[in-house]
Design a protein around this ligand. Sequence first.
Ligand SMILES: Nc1ncnc2c1ncn2[C@@H]1O[C@H](COP(=O)(O)OP(=O)(O)OP(=O)(O)O)[C@@H](O)[C@H]1O
Ligand SMILES: [Mg+2]
Length: 269
Amino acid sequence: MLEIDNVTMRFGGLKAVKDVSLTVAAGDLAGLIGPNGAGKTTLFNVVCGQLRPSAGRVLFEGRDVTGWKPHRSIRLGLGRTFQITRPFGRLSLLDNVVIGAMCREKSLDRARQAALGRLAQVGLADRAQDTAQNLPLGLRKKLELARILATRPRMLLLDEVMGGLGPREIEEMSRTISQIHGEGVSIVLIEHVMPAVMSLCQRIAVINHGELIAVGSPQDIRADRRVIKAYLGESVAGDSPGGQGSAAASQTAAQAAAQATTASSATEA
Ligand SMILES: Nc1ncnc2c1ncn2[C@@H]1O[C@H](COP(=O)(O)OP(=O)(O)OP(=O)(O)O)[C@@H](O)[C@H]1O
Ligand SMILES: [Mg+2]
């Protein structure tokens, strides 16, 4: 469904993404992980047209969409959320989502109905009339998700929708993501919250210093020496070799991963 073909992205002398090739099949729920500054968001920016790659191509459902402006790829059904959300602060949550819905609905009434449905889906129905200004982080992440869902994506790229959330909010967000996937939307998620990535994703790609260093099942990734060295840390692998450990061991691994995660994300705003 999505084919990233030998993509390189340079910023001056810095190669933020180096010759990455990756495919995502229809129906996938895939993870994209790696340390801070690895090039994950840059790759999303290339796929969704925020950036034109220095080299390589992006194909969506067989069509070359390299360098397409975001409003065009959204119409094709390729949607993404932003790591740093910027809602229209003076507008209500409803109107923020209506803007997304207008991409599909010509009638304002229908767009409102669709937007209300999406707010309900992410658990924000009761706040539809609040203004988006000063919204706590957890609710901003939900709003960001509702906004892009209203554009009716067939593939959704999620950039750290769990970043900065508490355990309960992470659980809620995981459930929402599963439900969206269950509706037939293909998903790629960038996330540092390892327990959630490991339990949600069927396949995980790892990038480090702009290079794709591994692609595989959560079990493969947990056991991959390069991934352990670059990102996950020894404790995760030690507690659950190959992901085949007991439930208790997996839980410990998950907790360790969450801690490793906090360390690796410590520089984030
Ligand atoms: N527009 C830009 N101009 C110059 N350098 C950039 C630009 N965007 C990203 N970079 C650099 O490219 C590298 C990759 O950044 P990117 O934001 O893609 O990392 P990331 O994997 O998403 O990290 P994080 O987990 O912290 O979000 C970093 O060194 C970053 O400073
Ligand atoms: Mg990022």
